[in-house]
Design a protein around this ligand. Structure first.
Ligand code: CA
Length: 204
């Protein structure tokens, strides 16, 4: 009789363990809704509150004040970039290059140093002059394509939203991207960045 009790207890314990695991073929998905995207265990498909799909979930760089202010939705909090700042933003999902009129992504904020860039058909047709930031995009964070220049003079501007960028302008060509990198141009670039808003986004 004690053997039977032991077997029943063992079976119960095993069933308990199995019940906590995901069914075969389903990716485990955890979300603790703590406001931070923990890439090792959370993704935007199951944790949109912590890891928004169409916004930056990670900001890394050098010589930036408050880089984390660029993560998530546009909320009026800004990262401050200066002459030696570089910033790489990682998006929760993929930016798609579908050439919408408003661009595929928008840098919400403003360059405060004087700079302009020649534009043809909404793509930059030459290098920026003055002090601004070069904008590159990448699928894997290793190979980068020049998409445009973040400058004080935006063309065409999107009212209240910042400066739009289109992957169709990218050189080498890009159809999608997950990372956007800003690096300084000129002598004394300066800018305030609130958020990276992805207007053309692949949701899982
Ligand atoms: Ca912000």
């Amino acid at each position: 009789m004690p053997k039977l009790v032991l077997l029943v207890a063992l079976a119960g314990a095993l069933a308990g363990c199995w019940a906590e695991e995901s069914p075969p073929g389903v990716t485990p998905c955890s979300c603790n809704n703590n406001g931070t995207c923990e890439l090792d265990k959370e993704d935007c498909a199951c944790c949109p509150g912590d890891c928004p799909c169409c916004r930056a979930i990670l900001a890394a760089g050098t010589d930036i004040q408050d880089p984390e202010s660029t993560v998530g939705d546009s909320d009026g909090t800004f990262a401050t970039l200066g002459p030696t700042s570089t910033l790489t933003l990682t998006v929760g999902s993929l930016i798609r290059g579908d050439a919408t009129a408003g661009g595929d992504f928008v840098l919400v904020g403003q360059v405060t140093s004087d700079s302009t860039v020649p534009v043809t058909d909404t793509c930059p047709s030459g290098a920026a002059s003055g002090d601004g930031y070069q904008v590159e995009a990448s699928v894997d964070g290793t190979e980068w394509s020049l998409v445009g220049f973040w400058t004080k003079t935006t063309s065409p501007p999107v009212a209240g939203q910042g400066q739009p960028f289109s992957l169709r302008c990218a050189t080498p060509k890009l159809n999608e991207a997950r990372h956007v990198r800003l690096s300084p141009l000129g002598d004394k670039p300066a800018a305030q960045l609130d958020a990276l808003v992805v207007t053309s986004c692949t949701t899982p």
